[in-house]
Every structure is written in structure tokens, then in C-alpha cells.
Ligand binder design. Sequence first.
Ligand SMILES: NC(=O)c1ccc[n+]([C@@H]2O[C@H](COP(=O)([O-])OP(=O)(O)OC[C@H]3O[C@@H](n4cnc5c(N)ncnc54)[C@H](O)[C@@H]3O)[C@@H](O)[C@H]2O)c1
Length: 452
Amino acid sequence: MMQEELQERINSSKAQICVVGLGQVGLPVALSFCNVGFVVRGLDVDKDHIELLKNGKSPFEEPILEEMLIKSRKEERFFPTLDQNAIAESDVIIVCVPTPISKEIKPDLSLLKNACDTISRFELKNKLIVIESSIPPKTFESMILPSLSGDKTTNIFASYVPERLSPGQAFEEINTTPRVIGARDQKSRDVTYDLYKKIIKADIFKTSPIVAETCKLVENTFRDVNIALANEIAMICERYDIDVLEIQKICNSHPRVNLLTPGPGVGGPCLPKDPYLLLNPQDSEQIDSKIISNARKINDYMPSHVFHLIENTLKEQNKEIKNSTITILGTAYKGNVSDTRYSPSEKIASLLLETCSNVKINDPHSKISFGAKYEENISKAIKNSDVVVILTDHDEYKNINLQEMKKDMNDDPILIDTRRIFDKEIAENVGFTYVSIGYNNKGIKNNYSLLK
Ligand SMILES: NC(=O)c1ccc[n+]([C@@H]2O[C@H](COP(=O)([O-])OP(=O)(O)OC[C@H]3O[C@@H](n4cnc5c(N)ncnc54)[C@H](O)[C@@H]3O)[C@@H](O)[C@H]2O)c1
């Protein structure tokens, strides 16, 4: 099949697609292509995951995912499978496997390499291979293309198309966010463009693989650095006993300022690791960057800051962490999702558990407990606690009645509201000691001294 033939099959939605890796990215991508009429095979290595999908059950929370899944299964457009022959049977292969960092904080591309090695065992002539996983600069040219089929790569179409979706808005963002295609050559660029314009109603930039690789990582590094700035300014505001949100509101009325909102740390599948991918190009030495590295350190420090706020607030009441009952509300890294990867809650729970044996944890979207006592019911989780720490801004927590919560908790209750979902005055009037990040916490000591 020549380029024109493949393009014709894509344009008429007759091309068969195989999505490799059906996670937070791969599954919405696969179902987005089903939704515009393609038949998609979804290849994964996780047996339980495939079983769930075959039964029309979503393995994680994502709006409209389950109904898209059920619809695609009913219309016989989506075929989850463990069978690698799905690669041979498809015209287009889209790779969405994880690219985490190792314990040594280096890119771990072993899962991606495995996936490429598997793909390379099949005849790929005139097929289109797209990589969507986030990868360090130069990976596409120096690892992906050689591992796909060595010197036979002249016969395949190949592109790097980084995914930009955010969990919780996956389908909408696939549809409406501009994308970038980094293609190995003009023919690959044309074929890839025809494929993606089927699901994207926004600009599609065409460039080289290394520019596409770098753009993806720069976007997430930009956010990470700006969140670190907001977090550091928040801790400075604590020293001045002023409210960072008031600072944010006034400063952001300036036309060229956009201070982000501080929080208990940065989690999720992308921001905590993509800055490290940016600084570790494939097959080259690590690049040194003060601002990016320090931003990572500041954001990684925030769970310790929350821990010190809890400890110091208890001290003000002449209480100790080890004798207190502490409830964490929220294990997911952001509101209204179930994903707990790199969540700041994990570090905060582990710091508390070092000294306190009474740590309860709740999350209406996830059953992960990080070693604490999981409590499914929010009221039960709160009951008889000295401290409630809100770490995730789930809607369920915004609906908590403070009067009821006060009644359920022990005397002199402490509310550590790291997401600012309650109003300080209202909480104090109800009888809470209210503490937050970047706030006038009435002399609660702030231990921050990272850059000394
Ligand atoms: N999650 C996000 O919000 C997001 C956004 C943009 C980009 N990304 C990037 O997309 C990539 C995928 O991330 P994710 O969050 O979807 O990961 P994930 O962990 O949710 O899912 C990955 C899936 O790949 C499967 N898998 C692993 N190795 C495989 C193999 N050899 N063959 C077939 N399946 C395999 C796993 O079983 C899992 O189901 C990463 O590079 C990530 O950085 C993620």
C-alpha cells in the first residue's frame, strides 16, 4: 500500500488502528477514533485491565469515558486485546505507554522500548507508527526509529505526536486543543495530519520530532516552574502574615502578571517528571538548569511544609502529633479525578505515619490508603479527629457542612485547608482553628528555608 492508499483509507475512516497502552491517554485516544468511525484494536499487557474494558467497565474515572466505551463495544468498533497480532492487522499503530522516571530520577524508557521492540517484530511496511508518550528530546530519532525496524525504517511512516490532554477533560481536550506533529519526513507528516484532523478541531502544527518532543516538555516545565513560584510566594506571605490569594487577586489585575494558585505539592502523571525528561536528552549528558531544578525542589518540599503546618498548629494547642488523630481528605492529585500518581498526599501521609498511629484517610474517588486507615465514609473519617487536612478539592469535600464536622470532631478542632475550599472567617466562627498555605496563620511557625 502506497502513501495515497493509506491516506485514502484514513480519510474514509477505513484504516484499522491499533492503540498500544490503554491508560489515561491511550483509552480516550482509542475511543476518540472509534467515535469518528474507525475500528480500533486496543493492545495492553494488563490482563485485568483488558477484561474490564471488554465488559464495558472503565478502569479509572473520566467523564463520558464509560458511555463512549459501551457505545464503541456495542457498535463493534473497539476491541481490547492482549494479542499482539493486533499490530499486524492494523494500518496505523499509536503508542501511549508510560515513560516514568527511575528512582535515580532518570527517564525510564524501558516500557516504551519494549513496546517498540514488540511492534518491530511485525511487518511494518507502509504502516503509520505514531508515538504519543512524552519522551526526552532526541528519543524519536535515536531510539524509536532504530528500534522500530533498523534499516527498514525507510518503508514506514512515523511521527511523534505528543498528547496534551488533562485527565478529567480528556475527550474535550483531545478534540479542542491544538496539536503538534513531529514527523520523520514529508510523507509521514501528510499521513499523520490526515489522521489527526479526523479527531482534532483545532490547529495542528507541523515540525520536526525534536521540536515536538521539546514543546511537550517545555509546556509542563512552564507549569511546574510557575506553580513553584506561587508556592514560594505563598510561604513568603506566611512570614508576612498576609493572604497569598489577596496578593494573587491584586497582582493578576496587572495585564502582564498571572500568579498561579499555591497548593500542597505537585502530583499527577506528568508535571513531576516531565521537567526531568527535558533535562535528560536521549544518549547525551544531563543538562544543568537552576530554575527548573529548584522549582522541582520547591514543589517536592510542599508536603513537608504541610506536615510542619500540622505539627506547629498542634504545638500551639500544646498537643503532639503522636497523640493526635489526624484525618486526610483526598489522595488523588487533583479534584474530581481518581489518579493518585505522585500525589502529595502520599508524602504527607508517610510523614504523619512516622510519628502518629492514628491517621485516617478518605477519598471518594480512590481506595488507595498510602498506609493510613482507609475510611470510605467522609463522616466516619472525620469522627473523633483532632485535625482534618484537606489535600484534594473534590466536590464532595466542598459540600461538607462545617457545623456537622465540628460536632463530629474532638474539642478544639483544627482544619488544615490546603486547597482553600472553606472561608477562614466562617470556619473560625464555627469554632475551628483554620490554617492554610500562604495565609495569615496567626503566628503558626513556618519552617521554610529551602534555599539557605
Ligand atoms: N495521563 C496524562 O494526563 C498524560 C497527558 C499527556 C501525556 N501523557 C504521557 O502519555 C504516556 C502514557 O501515560 P498514561 O498516563 O496514559 O499511562 P498509564 O499508566 O495510565 O497507562 C499506560 C498503559 O500502558 C500499558 N502498557 C505498558 N507497557 C505496555 C506494552 N509494552 N504494550 C502494551 N501496553 C503497555 C499499561 O498496562 C497501561 O495500561 C506517558 O508518556 C505520559 O507521560 C500522559
